[in-house]
Design a protein around this ligand. Structure first.
Ligand code: 13P
Length: 283
């Protein structure tokens, strides 16, 4: 059994509870997810894509999340999602992000390990958690790829865990990013197989479109500690816009941005609540 590195200060450890991680892109989307977190009493991860990270005022977002989560009496951790750029990773760490993901999964195994360890070295000083990817988690509809072709090989996972200092492993187990046609085939046996030789926490990507039963099954494996939801957040935003149009809030006469923003907020909050309640015993 390879034990996860010394992580006593970290928010995700082999012994920590599992979390949902929602992709946000603005203070408003962060606020709506934190409100969902407060409604359910479940701590949450707010993750930011590289694209959104470039656009955001990092300092302001960090300040806002810290003050708003204190006000709502929950913990919202900031995470940089799928990053391939060392400068952005350094920036996120310098602005107090709680965790970062280095995604070198398209590189040969040795290179993926080396890149991951480089980031772990940078993150060590601040105690920032590092997530790495093994196998490849593709987008639904990616030409020439599918979830099966990216599945992580158990031997590679063993080599990766033995040689890398990553704290969280995003192993490709059959899910994809984006909207599924039908339901994906999750390789639960792989999740279990990993737990037989390491206690490293796993991140499951591609959470949009999974059923509650699938989430609960994933959460029943003690090593699943992070489940990512992105497309569903965007879809909730889209629903908010569509509902505003339908209710006449976008009509020229009497147009009120506050009404539109409230509907969008509530749509995002409801989406987050629907996932976060699955973490509760009394769901
Ligand atoms: P979805 O967009 O499929 O929910 O995937 C989210 C994700 O894994 C982000 O890294």
């Amino acid at each position: 059994m390879v034990n996860c590195k010394d992580v006593s200060e970290h928010y995700i450890t082999p012994k920590s509870p599992p979390y949902f991680a929602f992709n946000i892109w603005s203070m408003e989307s962060a606020k709506a997810v934190i409100d969902g977190s407060a409604k359910t009493g479940q701590d949450v991860i707010l993750q930011i894509s590289m694209k959104a990270f470039q656009r955001l005022d990092k300092e302001e977002l960090r300040r806002f999340v810290t003050s708003y989560m204190e006000k709502r009496k929950v913990h919202a951790y900031l995470h940089l999602d799928h990053c391939r750029d060392l400068e952005q990773i350094k920036e996120a760490i310098s602005y107090g992000w709680d965790s970062v993901m280095i995604d070198a999964s398209d590189k040969p195994l040795e290179e993926n390990i080396a890149m991951t360890n480089l980031v772990c070295g940078i993150a060590e000083e601040t105690g920032t958690l590092v997530e790495a990817e093994i196998g490849q988690i593709f987008k639904t509809g990616d030409k020439g790829h599918n979830a099966e072709s990216g599945i992580a090989r158990i031997e590679d996972i063993k080599t990766f865990v033995k040689n890398s200092k990553a704290h969280i492993l995003a192993a490709a187990v059959g899910t994809s990013h984006g909207l599924y046609k039908g339901l994906p085939k999750i390789h639960y046996d792989l999740i279990e197989g990993i737990s037989e030789f390491t206690d490293i926490p796993l991140a499951i990507h591609g959470g949009t479109g999974l059923t509650d039963e699938m989430f609960l099954k994933l959460l029943s494996y003690g090593n699943v500690k992070k489940i990512n939801i992105s497309t569903d957040v965007k879809m909730a935003y889209r629903w908010g816009i569509m509902e505003s149009v339908q209710k006449g809030y976008t009509d020229e006469s009497g147009f009120d941005p506050l009404k539109v923003e409230n509907v969008i907020h509530d749509s995002l909050e409801e989406m987050a609540v629907n996932k976060l309640r699955l973490l509760r015993k009394d769901r």
